[in-house]
Design a protein around this ligand. Structure first.
Ligand SMILES: *Cc1c(COP(=O)(O)O)cnc(C)c1O
Length: 227
């Protein structure tokens, strides 16, 4: 990794995002960069906040709980997304912490979210994305594509959850393009506007397939330690 600061890398990424939109007829009107700050201490996050960046992603509830209340107190307009799997027993901690939960991935969790909201426990979570396991990988969270239509209808129509889009993590060793295309197709069928897809290694392809949010860790903060 270079000596560049995170805010310099952010500027370079924004430029690369612009380049990716060129001659890309499927590109969304705009794409947000979610800074994935998992494993990063607050000292690494602060410079981005100071530079005006406001959208962040974390993949563990407990880690976010330790880091983000202090940062939010100083930057009340920041937005925090949960992008890792959510255990039902962590739901009560997650709802006051995350503005967006991107990982609705099974009926039991969705029903627990709906029950909490009915009891007035909405927290700050305004909207949800459904995670689709486009590669049908057994070790990965998300609903498989063949169950996606039913699960999306269950969340939106039966439970009346504010679901606004879909999220996926393509298999590490495959061409991600067909996975992005599939996610886009499922979202279109249901009139869902948000596509959370694309990471450090494949965000340009994701943007070309209509990503509205790329989730960037390594390209912004450098390589993570082992976790
Ligand atoms: C860690 C993580 C990212 C960021 O990955 P990089 O390759 O470091 O950009 C994106 N999405 C999810 C769900 C992650 O867990």
């Amino acid at each position: 990794m270079t000596e560049n600061s995170a805010s310099e890398r952010l500027a370079a990424l924004v430029a690369a995002m612009e380049t990716a939109r060129h001659d890309a007829p499927l590109a969304a009107e705009s794409t947000t960069l979610l800074a994935v700050s998992k494993t990063q201490p607050p000292e690494q996050i602060e410079p981005l906040l100071a530079a005006g960046h406001r959208a962040f992603g974390e993949n563990r509830v407990q880690e976010a709980q330790a880091k983000w209340p202090d940062l939010r107190a100083r930057y009340p307009d920041l937005r925090l997304h949960l992008i890792g799997p959510l255990q039902t027993n962590k739901l009560r901690d997650a709802l006051p912490l995350f503005d967006v939960i991107e990982t609705l991935d099974r009926p039991k969790l969705a029903a627990a979210v709906a029950a909490a909201r009915r009891q007035g426990n909405v927290g700050i979570t305004r909207r949800f994305l459904i995670q689709i396991n486009t590669g049908e990988e057994p070790q990965k969270a998300g609903v498989v594509p063949s169950d996606a239509d039913d699960f999306i209808r269950y969340c939106r129509d039966t439970l009346e959850l504010p679901v606004t889009g879909l999220m996926c993590i393509p298999p590490a060793v495959e061409d991600p393009a067909p996975h992005f295309a599939l996610l886009r197709e499922i979202a279109l069928r249901h009139g869902l506007k948000e596509l959370s897809m694309g990471m450090s290694g494949d965000f340009a392809a994701a943007i070309r397939f209509g990503s509205t949010e790329i989730r960037i860790g390594t390209a912004l903060f450098g390589a993570r330690g082992t976790t």
